[in-house]
Design a protein around this ligand. Structure first.
Ligand SMILES: [Zn+2]
Ligand SMILES: [Zn+2]
Ligand SMILES: [Zn+2]
Ligand SMILES: [Zn+2]
Length: 159
């Protein structure tokens, strides 16, 4: 079944709970069950100001959507770890972080790695914008990234 194996709620300490899991993107390895998240549970580490990523397992997708034709490739909505806004796709989050949070260097957990099946659930980075570019870039953005480097080349090629 689709329990979150090995994951327990850091507030009520229930383990292997079903359904949605809310992972804090500020506290390392901190998860809440839906009940505690919705109740606004806090601890000495965690406050409701922290950004969280909602994670639904593949098999829970099947339960929630009755096994209908929703593909596992359907992008999960991603939260911004800096401002707690939810509902980004990976590509939109990259643009958002580059535009809004380019100067921040606070350690955060990558919400995309955390919600990827088989991804590292606790990938901490202090340069999230660079991590997004390196690890989660899409082909279209990769191409424009190369064009920017190539077109700015002469300015930097001072020998
Ligand atoms: Zn709980
Ligand atoms: Zn937290
Ligand atoms: Zn943001
Ligand atoms: Zn990542």
């Amino acid at each position: 079944m689709s329990r979150h194996e090995g994951v327990s709620c850091d507030s009520c300490l229930k383990s292997n709970f079903r359904g949605k899991r809310y992972k804090c993107l500020i506290c390392y390895d901190y998860d809440l069950c839906a009940t505690c998240y919705e109740a606004g549970a806090t601890t000495t580490r965690h406050t409701t100001d922290h950004a969280v990523q909602c994670i639904i397992t593949r098999s829970d997708f099947d339960i929630f959507y009755g096994g209908e034709a929703i593909s596992a490739e359907q992008p999960q909505s991603v939260s911004c770890p800096y401002c707690s806004k939810m509902g980004f796709t990976e590509a939109v989050l990259q643009e958002h972080v580059a535009a809004e949070h380019a100067d921040i260097s606070v350690e955060v957990v990558c919400p995309i790695c955390a919600s990827l099946p088989g991804g590292d659930p606790n990938h901490v980075t202090d340069d999230f914008a660079a991590h997004l570019t390196l690890e989660h870039r899409t082909p279209r953005e990769f191409i424009s990234f190369v064009i920017i480097i190539v077109s700015s080349w002469p300015d930097h090629a001072i020998f």
